[in-house]
Structures are given as structure tokens and as C-alpha cells.
Design a protein around this ligand. Structure first.
Ligand SMILES: O=C(CO)[C@H](O)[C@H](O)COP(=O)(O)O
Length: 252
């Protein structure tokens, strides 16, 4: 059975949700390779619609999906998709993931959902990596739209040391991410680490910042995704989709 065209779907009542679904469905419709065998499924609220769209495909038995965390694993199972692990399938055909901010060079900040390490492992392992997001994530320069800071996964015992280091590196704010009303104390990642959100203002040289952070004792990984995405899909408020590549933006 062919996929239902987007124009025939009932619009969602929340405009932001509508733009998330729009970006996700278009990204899957335009990029899902018909002969794909191994697919990466990212984390966050936009990827929910990626898994939903992939779950509507007829040939679900022909490919396996690799999760980037606990939520992602459940998305795969809930949509009737076959679950595999990155250890079993270290080479992926394509991966779809959300983003917190994407600049014109397709550099991205990710990790708003604290899954950045496994997301990066899946991205590195994929032939093609596609980002999906709503219009709020489309930026000219990292650190402008997303001001909560670059998520950094850290070894728990190093967080005080790292707070000092990040301040030394010129961070405008350094926050140990808390579980909020759902948990007293810090967020614990799927790898049993902490997340520090460090805002550096507009980031002039994301690669240099990433390298500096990675060289610092206690940093497991940063939420700066550089050089990986081939494309980013942004659902717009007016029902259009902006597809960003290194060649520029295209409006669907
Ligand atoms: O990086 C992520 C999780 O670690 C998410 O993909 C990112 O935070 C975007 O989430 P959403 O689609 O909910 O805006």
C-alpha cells in the first residue's frame, strides 16, 4: 500500500507539532532508500514522527532499526519496526535525528534529550545522516537560537572540575542539567553520566570549541555535531518545508 500523501493527513491542532511532523514525513519520503537494510532512529519529539512514517512502510520486515537511546528503542518497537543494536549492525544505510539548532554549514547542536553520545555513534556509523526539526531550530550561527547551551556529557565525578574549566573557557553560563520535577538531582544519561549545558554565546568556530572540550579531562562527548548531516529538514509555520544542504536552502 503506498504511503498516504501528506496533503491528505488531518492537520495537527498544535502548529509546532504540525511543523515537526511535516519535516519528519518529508525527510522520510524523500530520503528513505528503498533497498535500505539498517536505519538509525534518533531521539526527541520530532523523531517520533520519523518512526511513525517509517512504521507506515510496507516492507518493514526487510530492514532493522538501530536506536540512539531508551526512548528511541521504544519508538522502534511501538511502530512495529525490527530492533537491532549498533554492535550487531555497525554500518547503517541512513539515520534520521532531531536537532536543537542547525547553522547554514549544517553544523548542529544536539543533546537536548541527553542522548548525544549514542546519537553521535549512530551518525558516525551511517552513510547518510538527516536532521529533522521545526522552524525554531533553523539558524545562521550556532549558539544564537539555542541559548540553553551546548550539551556536554561528562563523567559524574568530574562535574565540579569541568564547571571551573568551562568558565575558564569563557562560557556565559554553565548548568548541571537537573531532572526537574521528575527527579531530584541531575539527569543521568543512558551511559550513566551527567550532562552539563554550557552556553558560549554565538559560536564562531564550532570545530575549535569541540576540540577544546574533547581535550578536557572528564568530557565524554559534546553535542556539537560537525560535518555529519547531509541535509536538514525544517517544518515551517506556513506549511512549507525548508531543506538545507551545503548548497543552500530549498523550499518545498
Ligand atoms: O538531540 C536530541 C536528544 O538528545 C534531540 O534530537 C534534540 O534535542 C531535538 O529534540 P526535539 O525533536 O524534541 O526538538
Amino acid at each position: 500500500m503506498p504511503l498516504i500523501p501528506y496533503s491528505e493527513l488531518k492537520p495537527l491542532s498544535d502548529p509546532t507539532e504540525e511543523s515537526k511532523r511535516l519535516s519528519a514525513y518529508k525527510a522520510v519520503d524523500e530520503n528513505f532508500p528503498p533497498s535500505a537494510k539498517v536505519i538509525g532512529i534518533g531521539s526527541g519529539s520530532t523523531v517520533v514522527y520519523v518512526a511513525e512514517r517509517i512504521g507506515q512502510l510496507d516492507n518493514k520486515a526487510d530492514f532493522v532499526c538501530i536506536p540512539t537511546g531508551f526512548q528511541s528503542k521504544n519508538l522502534i518497537l511501538d511502530n512495529g519496526l525490527k530492533l537491532g543494536s549498533i554492535e550487531q549492525y555497525p554500518q547503517l544505510d541512513i539515520a534520521f535525528d532531531g536537532a536543537d539548532e542547525v547553522d547554514t554549514q549544517l553544523n548542529a547542536i544536539k543533546g537536548g534529550g541527553a542522548c548525544l553520545f549514542q546519537e553521535k555513534l549512530v551518525a558516525y556509523s551511517s552513510k547518510s545522516f538527516i536532521l529533522v526539526a521545526d522552524y525554531r531550530k533553523k539558524s545562521q550561527n550556532l549558539g544564537v537560537q539555542w541559548t540553553k547551551g551546548v550539551p556536554i556529557e561528562v563523567v559524574p565525578s568530574a562535574y565540579v572540575y569541568l564547571t571551573g574549566k568551562l568558565n575558564e573557557y569563557g562560557a556565559e553560563s554553565v548548568v548541571l542539567r537537573q531532572g526537574g520535577s521528575a527527579k531530584a538531582g541531575p539527569v543521568i544519561t543512558d551511559n550513566n553520566n551527567f550532562i552539563i549545558d554550557a552556553h558560549f554565546g554565538a559560536i564562531q568556530d564550532p570545530k575549535q570549541l569541540h576540540q577544546q572540550l574533547k581535550m578536557t579531562l572528564g568530557v565524554v562527548e559534546t553535542g556539537l555535531f560537525l560535518d555529519y548531516p547531509q541535509k536538514a529538514y525544517f517544518g515551517e509555520k506556513d506549511g512549507s518545508v525548508v531543506v538545507r544542504t551545503l548548497q543552500g536552502d530549498r523550499v518545498l
